[in-house]
Design a protein around this ligand. Structure first.
Ligand SMILES: [Zn+2]
Length: 296
């Protein structure tokens, strides 16, 4: 299988050699894949100027050398999400999602999983392009990303015994390190062979927050606006996912800092207000913060 024709989305790009670029692509055929775009820095025309972030591409790749990066031969533009560059919040959230996928998407994997992950990535960019890029959208897309990557937290059952989880006056204990809620009985006793609260700790949340997050997984991306998440539940969900990701990825994503600056725990109403309209968003060709700065 030498030539591969597939759709692709650029996740990360870096200078390579004298005039080339090394690309991290997400494809429905293979998941994440690295490819060299020869001569891409010498001439933008080489690939029709299409090797940019937020471009849905159709590519031809040469994979003749097993174990080595593929060689990009052609890249045709199917669709450009121009709106993501016209608004700082849209840009920040899109970069964040691309960085998350770049960090966590597997190379290879079951074909159906790769196709599903790619479809999610395109659908997520569509949503950020169309809906208010607020904390609510971020939380729901973060959770859906983890679900598509096979890494989502448990939300419905006790992560330790598999039993039901009930609401108590003090809320439900969500165990960050174990990746899910604990039922009342399990929360009251230490884990086998370990301390009650190992690294990662616990977070008190309302059962309704977990239920809303669980329910959101069954909604189509274009119906996410129908999920009932009030301001308090949204704050809980954001904190839960932030700590879950930090603990299980182990490092902070670069674009997360940018997102925090764009929306520093501001009231939700303020986050919904349009910003960055005047003066435009980041220019076309400016690499997302997802480790993609072009180095000279
Ligand atoms: Zn339990």
């Amino acid at each position: 299988m030498a030539a591969l024709h597939t759709e692709a989305l650029l996740l990360r790009s870096a200078d390579f050699g004298e005039s080339d670029r090394m690309l991290h692509l997400l494809t429905p055929a293979t998941g994440r894949l690295t490819a060299v775009a020869k001569g891409a820095r010498r001439s933008v025309k080489r690939f029709g100027g299409n090797l940019d972030f937020f471009n849905h591409l159709r590519v031809q790749l040469d994979r003749r050398r097993p174990g080595a990066p593929a060689r990009l031969d052609h890249a045709r533009l199917l669709r450009a999400f121009h709106g993501l560059r016209g608004n700082a919040r849209r840009f920040g959230l899109s970069c964040y999602l691309l960085e998350l996928l770049d960090r966590l998407a597997p190379e290879g994997g079951a074909a159906a999983d790769c196709a599903g992950l790619f479809a999610f990535a395109i659908g997520a960019l569509e949503r950020v392009n169309a809906d208010p890029p607020d904390l609510r959208l971020r939380v729901l897309l973060e959770l859906r990303s983890l679900d598509r990557l096979g890494l989502r937290p448990e939300l419905a059952r006790c992560v330790r015994c598999g039993g039901g989880v009930e609401q108590r006056p003090e809320g439900v204990l969500f165990h960050i390190a174990e990746g899910g809620p604990l039922c009342f009985r399990c929360a009251a006793r230490p884990a086998e062979g370990g301390a009650a609260r190992p690294a990662g700790g616990g977070l008190r949340v309302q059962l309704g927050t977990l239920r809303a997050l669980q329910a959101s997984l069954g909604f189509r991306l274009d119906r996410l606006g129908r999920i009932g998440l009030g301001p308090a539940a949204l704050r809980e969900a954001a904190e839960l996912l932030h700590r879950f990701l930090r603990f299980h990825i182990g490092v902070e994503l670069k674009s997360e800092r940018v997102l925090a600056q764009l929306a520093p725990s501001a009231p939700l109403a303020a986050q919904l207000a349009p910003r960055g309209a005047r003066g435009g968003g980041p220019r076309r060709g400016v690499a997302p913060v997802a480790g993609a700065a072009r180095r000279g």
